[in-house]
Design a protein around this ligand. Structure first.
Ligand code: ADP
Length: 611
C-alpha cells in the first residue's frame, strides 16, 4: 500500500483545520472587539472634552463681554487666567480668537507669540463664517501625533439675534486613545498567538486520538492483504471510531473464517482432484486450460507447464476435428484413441460446460477416463460371440448338407447312408462338447462353481490317467514316465484336474507324429509340484506360444477342427489350474516338440493324514 505523505495525512489536515477555525474566530472577535472598543474609547474621550467646552465657552463669553477700565485686568490677562484653568488633562491648548480672526489668547505658554496675530486655521475661519461647531482629527507637526481639533463659535447671547463675537479653538491629545488601542491590540495579538500555540498542541493531541485508531486500521488492512489475520485493532473508546474499530475486528474475524473455510475447501477440492483416478481439466471461457489434475497429466503424458494456458483441443490432440465451440456443444462423450502398435490406450472424455444463469459460458470441465480395459473386454466379448457363432455354424452347415443329401434319397443307399449318419453324429458330439466347454468356461467366469477338493496322492492319480490313455491309444506313440517314487499329496478337485490332464495329453497325442515319445513327470519346487507333459510333435511358433491359452485360439485352425478340437481345452485348463492356485504355461520349439507345465501346491503333511 502507498505511504501517505506527511502533508497529506489526516493528522496534519485536522490540525490545520483547527488552526484555521481558531484564526478565523479570533480575527472576527478581534476586529469586532477593537472596533467597538475604539468607538467607545473615542466617544468617552470626546464626551469628556465636550462637557468642558460648554464651561469654557461660557466663561470666555463672560470675559469678552465684560466692561473694562484701568482697575480691571486687561482682556488678554483675564483670558490667560481663564484658559490656564481649563487647559488641563487631555487638552493640549486652548485658543481664543476674536470675530476678526485675530488670536486673543492661548493656554500654551510657549506659544504666546501668536497672540495678536491672525489665525491661519481654516477650521477657525469656517466656524466664524458659518457660526457652527467644527471638529477634525489633525496631525501635530511638532510631536507627530494625532490631535483632535474642535472649534466652536462664541455668540454674544443666546437667542436668534445673537452674533459671533469670537471662537474657541481646542486641541486635545486623542493620540492617547490610539495608544491605548494599540496596547489592547498588542495584548490581543499576543493572546491570539498563545491560543494558536495551545491550539496546535491540543490539535495534535486531539487529532491523534482520531488518527491513531485509523492508522491502526490501516496497518491491519495492510497486514490482512498480506494474509495475516492475527492482528487486532485496539479499541480506544466507545465513540464512532471505537465502534468502527470493533466492526473492523469483527470483519477481520469473519474474513479469517471465510478465508480458512475457502482454504479448507480448496485443499479438499485439490486432494479430491489429485486422488481421483479420472483426469480433470478445467478451462476458462476461451478454452485455455486453467486447472489440470495429476491423473489427467499422467493419462495424457504431459507436464503441467506444457498444458496450462494452452487450448484444450490441442492438448487433447483433437484440434483438427473439433473447435472449443464444438466441445461446448458436445453432448456425447468423446473417445480419444492414443493406441500405439505396442499397446492399446483409449480415453473417454466427458465434457460439461460451466454456465451462468444468463447462459454465459464461463468455462469447460473435461473428465478423462481410461476405458482401455473396458474396450478390450468389449472387443473380447464381440470376438467371443463371433467365435462361438462361427464354431457352431460350421458343424451345423456340415450336418445340414449331409441331412439334405439323406433326405434327397441318399438314405436308400446302404453304402453312403451309414457314413452320412456317422458324420452327423460326430458333428453333433462336437457341438455338445463345444457347448459343454462353453458352459464350463462360463461357470468358471462367473465363479458359479465349487471345487470338490480332496487330498490325493498325486503319483498314483497321475499314473492312472496315463494308464487310461496308454490302454486306449490308437496311435503309435511311446509313453515315458518320470514320476518319482516318493508319494506327494495334493488337495485337488480330481474331476477337474483329470479334465485338465486329459486335455493336455490328448493335445500331445494329437500333435505327435507316429512313433513319437510323450514324457510325463513332476518335480518339487518349493511348496509346489511342477508337472510336465512333453511331446516330440510339430511344436508351436514362438509368437503364438502365449496365445494358446486364449479362448478359441488355435495355431492351425483347419487342422485342429479336423481333429475335433474346440479351441477351448487349454483355456479351460488355465482357469482350472488358476482355481487350484497354480499356474500353467507352455514351452515349445517348432518341429522339435512342446512341453506343457503346470504347478499345484502340495500338502507337506498330507502323507500323515493318509497313514
Ligand atoms: P484344441 O481343441 O484346438 O486342441 P486347445 O485349447 O487344447 O484347443 O489348444 C489350443 C491350440 O494350441 C491348438 O489348436 C494347437 O494349435 C496348440 N497346441 C496345443 N497343444 C499342442 C501341442 N502339444 N503341440 C502343438 N500344438 C499344440
Amino acid at each position: 500500500m502507498q505511504k501517505v505523505s506527511f502533508f497529506r495525512s489526516i493528522h496534519v489536515k485536522l490540525v490545520l483545520i483547527y488552526l484555521l477555525l481558531i484564526i478565523i474566530a479570533l480575527q472576527i472577535i478581534g476586529i469586532y472587539f477593537s472596533n467597538k472598543l475604539e468607538d467607545s474609547l473615542k466617544s468617552n474621550f470626546e464626551d469628556s472634552i465636550l462637557q468642558r467646552i460648554d464651561l469654557i465657552q461660557y466663561s470666555i463669553r463672560e470675559e469678552l463681554m465684560k466692561e473694562r477700565d484701568e482697575t480691571t485686568p486687561t482682556l488678554e490677562q483675564s483670558l490667560v487666567i481663564a484658559l490656564r484653568e481649563f487647559a488641563t488633562g487631555d487638552i493640549n491648548e486652548i485658543r481664543v480668537i476674536d470675530n476678526r480672526n485675530r488670536v486673543l489668547a492661548t493656554s500654551d505658554s510657549e506659544n504666546q507669540s501668536i497672540i495678536g496675530q491672525r489665525s491661519n486655521d481654516d477650521i477657525v475661519k469656517k466656524v466664524i463664517s458659518s457660526e457652527t461647531y467644527q471638529e477634525e482629527i489633525a496631525l501635530d507637526a511638532e510631536t507627530n501625533t494625532r490631535v483632535w481639533v474642535i472649534a466652536t463659535p462664541i455668540l454674544s447671547m443666546v437667542g436668534p439675534n445673537s452674533e459671533v463675537i469670537g471662537a474657541i479653538y481646542i486641541e486635545s491629545n486623542i493620540e492617547k486613545v490610539y495608544d491605548q488601542m494599540d496596547d489592547i491590540n498588542r495584548i490581543f495579538a499576543v493572546g491570539t498567538a498563545i491560543s494558536l500555540v495551545i491550539t496546535v498542541v491540543l490539535g495534535i493531541l486531539i487529532a491523534r486520538t482520531i488518527t491513531r485508531p485509523i492508522m491502526d486500521m490501516r496497518k491491519q488492512a495492510q497486514a490482512m492483504s498480506r494474509g495475516n489475520f492475527s492482528r487486532k485493532v485496539r479499541v480506544y473508546g466507545n465513540d464512532e471510531i471505537g465502534q468502527l474499530a470493533i466492526a473492523f475486528n469483527h470483519l477481520t474475524n469473519r474474513l479469517q473464517e471465510a478465508q480458512s473455510s475457502t482454504e479448507a475447501e480448496r485443499r479438499k477440492l485439490a486432494s479430491v482432484l489429485a486422488n481421483m483416478t479420472d483426469g480433470v481439466i478445467a478451462t476458462d471461457r476461451k478454452g485455455k486450460i486453467i486447472l489440470i489434475n495429476d491423473p489427467a497429466l499422467s493419462l495424457l503424458n504431459v507436464t503441467r507447464e506444457e498444458t496450462l494456458n494452452r487450448p484444450i483441443a490441442s492438448v487433447l490432440g483433437i484440434e483438427e476435428n473439433y473447435s472449443f465451440e464444438d466441445l461446448i456443444h458436445m453432448k456425447e462423450p468423446l473417445n480419444l484413441n492414443f493406441s500405439t502398435e505396442e499397446a492399446p490406450f483409449i480415453l473417454r472424455a466427458n465434457f460439461s460446460v460451466i454456465q451462468k444463469e444468463t447462459g454465459f459460458v464461463n468455462g469447460l470441465i473435461t473428465v478423462l477416463h481410461d476405458i482401455t480395459e473396458q474396450e478390450k473386454i468389449e472387443m473380447e466379448r464381440r470376438e467371443f460371440v463371433a467365435n462361438v457363432s462361427h464354431e457352431l455354424r460350421t458343424p451345423l452347415t456340415t450336418m445340414r448338407s449331409y441331412l439334405e443329401a439323406l433326405a434327397d434319397g441318399a438314405w436308400r443307399d446302404e453304402n453312403i447312408a451309414p457314413h452320412f449318419l456317422n458324420v452327423a453324429q460326430t458333428e453333433t458330439e462336437r457341438m455338445i462338447r463345444l457347448v459343454n466347454d462353453l458352459l464350463n468356461l462360463s461357470k468358471m467366469d462367473s465363479r458359479d462353481y465349487k471345487l470338490n477338493k480332496e487330498v490325493v496322492e498325486f503319483n498314483s492319480f497321475f499314473h492312472r490317467i496315463i494308464d487310461r490313455f496308454e490302454m486306449s491309444k490308437s496311435q503309435n506313440v511311446k509313453f515315458i514316465r518320470y514320476i518319482p517314487e516318493t508319494p506327494y499329496f495334493v488337495e485337488i478337485d480330481t474331476d477337474k484336474l483329470t479334465q485338465v490332464i486329459d486335455n493336455i495329453i490328448s493335445n500331445a497325442i494329437k500333435y505327435s507324429p507316429d512313433g513319437g515319445n510323450i514324457r510325463f513327470g513332476f518335480t518339487v519346487q518349493g511348496n509346489m509340484l511342477k508337472v510336465m507333459i512333453s511331446d516330440d510333435g510339430m511344436g508351436i511358433p514362438k509368437e503364438n506360444l502365449g496365445k494358446i491359452f486364449d479362448r478359441f485360439y488355435r495355431v492351425d485352425k483347419a487342422r485342429s477342427r479336423a481333429m475335433g478340437g474346440t479351441g477351448l481345452g487349454l483355456a479351460i485348463a488355465k482357469e482350472m489350474i488358476k482355481a487350484h492356485n497354480g499356474t500353467i504355461w507352455a514351452e515349445s520349439e517348432e518341429g522339435v516338440g512342446t512341453t506343457i507345465f503346470f504347478t499345484l501346491p502340495y500338502e507337506i503333511d498330507g502323507a500323515g493324514d493318509w497313514e
